[in-house]
Design a protein around this ligand. Structure first.
Ligand SMILES: *[C@@H]1O[C@H](CO)[C@@H](O)[C@H](O)[C@H]1NC(C)=O
Ligand SMILES: *[C@@H]1O[C@H](CO)[C@@H](O)[C@H](O)[C@H]1NC(C)=O
Ligand SMILES: [Zn+2]
Length: 665
C-alpha cells in the first residue's frame, strides 16, 4: 500500500485559526499502521499535526494533537484500518484553562501536598517556592537567587549564556565552597523543550532536596554536596518556556522549540503562517542532521542551520568543554516529558551503545528500580533509538560522545500510557513525580560519589606505594603492613555511626553507601591482593534486579498511591471501541483502503504465526495461568511479535508487564 495516498486525502483541508484542538491517541497494531504513523510524523507538521508522543513501535500509544476537523478525518482513517484510537482530550484549551489557569480556586489538596513536603523535610529551605504548582521563569530565577543568598557557602547562581530573546540561562551550582572547581560534576538540566513543564518542576525539586538534605544534616546529602559540584539548569530554553506561558491557545502552550529564526508569511487567506524555532535537542554536534531530525524550519524537530547554531546549545557546549567542567562531568542528566522512559546513549541509531555500556546499564537499571519502588510508576529502560525512535543531534548523545560525561541519561518523565493529559500534566502529579525521580537520581549520584571515593582511595594507595618503593632497602614482604600504618591523607569521611536505617525511601541509598564504604575500608593489604573494583558493582539493592541472563522475576512494587490505575484494557475492548466507526473517507479511496485492510489482515496472520512460534511452550490453554503470574499489559504479545528478544533486552520492564508472555514465572 502507498500510505502517502491516505496522507494526501487526510491533509488537504485547511485550518481555521479559532479551531478547537483535540488530542487523539492511537496504537499501531502492525507494521502497516506503524508505517502510516511514521509518515504522518514526518510530514504532518505541514498540516499542523503535532505529535505529543511520536510513534515508537507496534503496541505503543501515539498522541496526536490537531484541530478537531483534522482529528475527525484521522479518526475515520484509523478506524478504517482497524487501528485502535480514542480522543483523549476533546478540547486542549479547555484543559489548559482547567489545569493551569483556574487551578488557584481549587480546594483539593495542592496545599496539603506542600504541607506534607515540609513535614517530611523537617528543617525547611529558607528560600520558599510553591512546589506542586507551575510558575514562570521570573519566579524560578527569584527562588534560585534567594537560595544563593541564604546559603552562599554551597550555592551560587551563574548565567551560562543568553538566549535569542536576551534572557540569561540561569544555572545553580551547589557544592561546598562554591569557588572550588576541582570536584567531579553532576550536571542536570530541564526544559530544553519548552512545553515540558513537568521536567522543569522536577529539576527544581532536585535543588530543593539538596538544600533541605544539607540543612537537615543528612549525612549522604552532605557528603555529596561536600565532595561533588552540582550544576543544575532547570530551564534550558527560557524563551520557549515563557512563550508557552504567554497564552492558553494550544499553538503557544504546546510550543517545543526555541524562539530563534521565526519567519511569518501570509497564506492565501491572509492569515499569518509562522515557521521557525529550533529543536535544541537536535542541534548538538553528534550525528547532527541524521535520522530523526529535520531541515524544514516548520518541523517540530528542526535541527537548525548547523550544529550548535543556537545560543542555548552553545551555552551547554561552552560549559561542558570549559575549564571549570571539562573532564569532570561524571553524570549528565537531561529531563524531558513524557513517556516514562529512562534512556541511555546512543539515540542517533539503533543498536548503538558506548563502550562502558555495562556500567551505564547497571546504574541505570538500579535507578529505575529505585524510582519504581516509590509509587510503582513504570519506566522503560534502553537507548532512545531502541525504545523510542532514532534521533540525531541530541544533547545526551553529545554529552557522552564528545562532552566527556560518564553516566548520561535522558529521562522522559510522567505521564505514561495510563494518563492521557500529556504535557498538560495535572499539577497534583508534580510532587510525586519529583519524589520518585529523585530516588532514581540519587542512585546515579551515589554511583558517581562512590566511584570518586574509590578513585581517591586508589590514588592514595598508589602514592603510598610509590613512597614505599622510593624508600631504599626496605624488605618487600613488609610493605603491606607499612602501608596500613600510614593513614591516607584524605580519608573518606565517615559519619560517626552509620545508622541502621529503617527509613524506607532513602534507606536503600544509605545502605548502599555504607556497603560501598565497607568495601573501601577493608584493610589495604586485601585491596592490594585483588584488583580494585569500583564499589558500585557491589551495591546490593533490596529488591533483586533482573539480570539479562537469568531473567528472574522482580518483586511487584508497592502500588502507586497518587495515581490509581484504570483497569487494564484488553485489546479486544479497544477493538470494539474502534468499531464505532464514523462514516469514512472520500469514495475514491475506498478501494485502496479495502486493499490495505486486506493486506493488513494477511500481515496479522503471518505475524500471529510468527508469534505462536515464540510462545509454543507457554500457551495459555496448555498451562493455566497462576494468579500472581499474569501479564499486566495487554500489549505483551505485540511487543514480542515485533522483537523476539524483547523480554531479554527490556527485562526490567518486561518482567513486570509481561510475566506470563515472557515466561518470567
Ligand atoms: C478515552 O479517553 C477518555 C479521556 O478523554 C478516557 O476517559 C477514556 O477512558 C478513554 N477510553 C479508553 C477506552 O481508553
Ligand atoms: C575555597 O576554595 C578556594 C579555591 O580552592 C580556596 O582558595 C579558599 O580558601 C576556599 N575557602 C574556604 C573557606 O575553604
Ligand atoms: Zn523533550
Amino acid at each position: 500500500m502507498q500510505p502517502h495516498l491516505f496522507l494526501a486525502a487526510v491533509l488537504c483541508t485547511t485550518i481555521a485559526a479559532e479551531d478547537v484542538f483535540t488530542v487523539l491517541r492511537t496504537t499501531p497494531m502492525d507494521e502497516q499502521h506503524l508505517q502510516l504513523l511514521n509518515l504522518l510524523f514526518k510530514e504532518g507538521h505541514k498540516q499542523n499535526l503535532d505529535f505529543w508522543k511520536s510513534p515508537t513501535g507496534i503496541g505503543y500509544t501515539v498522541d496526536i494533537m490537531s484541530t478537531k476537523d483534522k482529528i475527525d478525518e484521522l479518526q475515520g482513517l484509523f478506524n478504517s484500518l482497524e487501528m485502535p484510537n480514542n480522543r483523549t482530550i476533546e478540547d486542549v484549551q479547555k484543559l489548559i484553562l482547567d489545569r493551569e489557569v483556574n487551578v488557584k480556586h481549587r480546594k483539593d489538596g495542592l496545599g496539603s501536598f506542600g504541607k506534607r513536603m515540609r513535614d517530611e523535610a523537617g528543617v525547611a529551605n529558607k528560600a520558599k517556592y510553591q512546589f506542586g504548582e507551575y510558575h514562570g521563569y521570573g519566579e524560578i530565577v527569584r527562588w534560585l537567587n534567594e537560595i544563593a543568598q541564604e546559603y552562599p557557602q554551597y550555592a551560587r547562581v551563574l548565567s551560562i549564556g543568553t538566549t535569542f530573546e536576551g534572557r540569561n540561562i540561569i544555572c545553580i551550582k551547589i557544592g561546598t565552597n562554591t569557588s572550588r572547581t576541582d570536584k567531579k560534576v553532576v550536571w542536570i538540566d530541564g526544559g530544553i523543550h519548552a512545553r515540558e513543564w513537568g521536567a522543569i518542576h522536577t529539576a527544581l525539586h532536585f535543588i530543593e532536596q539538596l538544600i533541605v538534605g544539607y540543612e537537615n544534616n543528612d549525612p549522604v546529602t552532605r557528603s555529596w554536596v561536600d565532595s561533588l559540584n552540582f550544576y543544575i539548569v532547570p530551564v534550558l530554553n527560557p524563551d520557549g518556556f515563557e512563550y508557552t506561558r504567554s497564552d492558553v491557545t494550544p499553538m503557544k502552550r504546546l510550543w517545543r522549540k526555541n524562539r530563534a529564526g521565526i519567519t511569518c508569511n501570509k497564506d492565501q487567506w491572509f492569515r499569518d503562517r509562522c515557521c521557525g524555532g529550533i529543536d535544541l535537542n537536535r542541534n548538538f554536534d553528534f550525528h547532527w542532521g541524521g535520522s530523526g531530525s529535520s531541515d524544514d524550519p516548520c518541523s517540530e524537530i528542526f535541527q537548525g542551520t548547523s550544529a550548535f547554531s543556537e545560543m542555548e546549545s552553545q551555552a551547554v557546549r561552552n560549559m561542558m568543554l570549559g575549564a571549570e567542567l571539562s573532564g569532570k562531568v561524571q553524570a549528565f542528566i537531561t529531563l524531558h516529558t513524557y513517556s516514562q522512559m529512562w534512556i541511555h546513549p546512543y539515540s542517533h541509531a539503533r543498536k548503538s551503545v558506548p563502550e562502558d555500556i555495562a556500567e551505564l546499564k547497571s546504574v541505570g537499571a538500579r535507578a529505575v528500580a529505585a524510582l519504581e519502588g516509590v509509587y510503582g510508576t513504570k519506566y522503560r529502560f534502553g537507548t532512545g533509538a531502541d525504545i523510542l525512535y532514532p534521533s540525531s543531534g541530541g544533547s545526551d548523545d553529545w554529552a557522552k560522545a564528545k562532552g566527556g560525561a560518564k553516566y548520561v541519561y535522558l529521562i522522559e518523565l510522567r505521564p505514561g500510557e495510563e494518563v492521557w493529559d500529556g504535557f498538560v500534566l495535572d499539577a497534583r502529579q508534580l510532587i510525586p513525580m519529583g519524589k520518585e525521580t529523585w530516588e532514581g537520581i540519587k542512585v546515579v549520584i551515589g554511583a558517581v560519589y562512590s566511584t570518586e571515593q574509590s578513585n581517591l582511595q586508589r590514588d592514595q594507595i598508589t602514592q603510598a606505594q610509590i613512597a614505599q618503593r622510593t624508600r631504599p632497602g626496605r624488605p618487600v614482604k613488609h610493605r603491606g603492613h607499612a602501608i596500613i600504618g600510614r593513614r591516607p591523607k584524605h580519608r573518606v569521611r565517615r559519619p560517626k555511626e552509620r545508622r541502621r536505617v529503617k527509613i524506607v525511601r532513602s534507606g536503600r541509598v544509605e545502605e548502599s553507601l555504607s556497603s560501598a564504604r565497607s568495601v573501601l575500608h577493608r584493610p589495604t593489604h586485601r585491596l592490594r591482593s585483588q584488583p580494585i573494583r569500583p564499589p558500585i558493582a557491589r551495591i546490593i539493592t533490596q529488591r533483586p534486579i533482573v539480570s539479562e541472563t537469568t531473567a528472574q522475576p522482580v518483586q511487584q512494587p508497592a502500588q502507586q498511591v497518587e495515581q490509581p490505575r484504570r483497569p487494564v484494557q484488553q485489546p479486544q475492548q479497544q477493538q470494539q471501541l474502534s468499531q464505532n466507526t464514523r462514516p469514512v473517507q472520500p469514495v475514491q479511496l475506498t478501494q485502496q483502503q479495502q486493499q490495505a485492510v486486506f493486506q493488513q489482515r494477511q500481515q496479522q496472520n503471518f505475524q500471529q504465526q510468527q508469534q505462536s512460534r515464540f510462545l509454543q511452550p507457554a500457551q495459555p490453554q496448555q498451562q493455566p495461568q497462576q494468579q500472581q503470574c499474569r501479564d499486566t499489559s495487554p500489549w505483551c504479545r505485540a511487543w514480542l511479535r515485533q522483537n523476539a528478544d524483547v523480554c531479554r533486552v527490556s527485562s526490567i520492564y518486561m518482567s513486570r508487564e509481561c510475566r506470563f508472555t515472557c515466561r518470567f514465572c
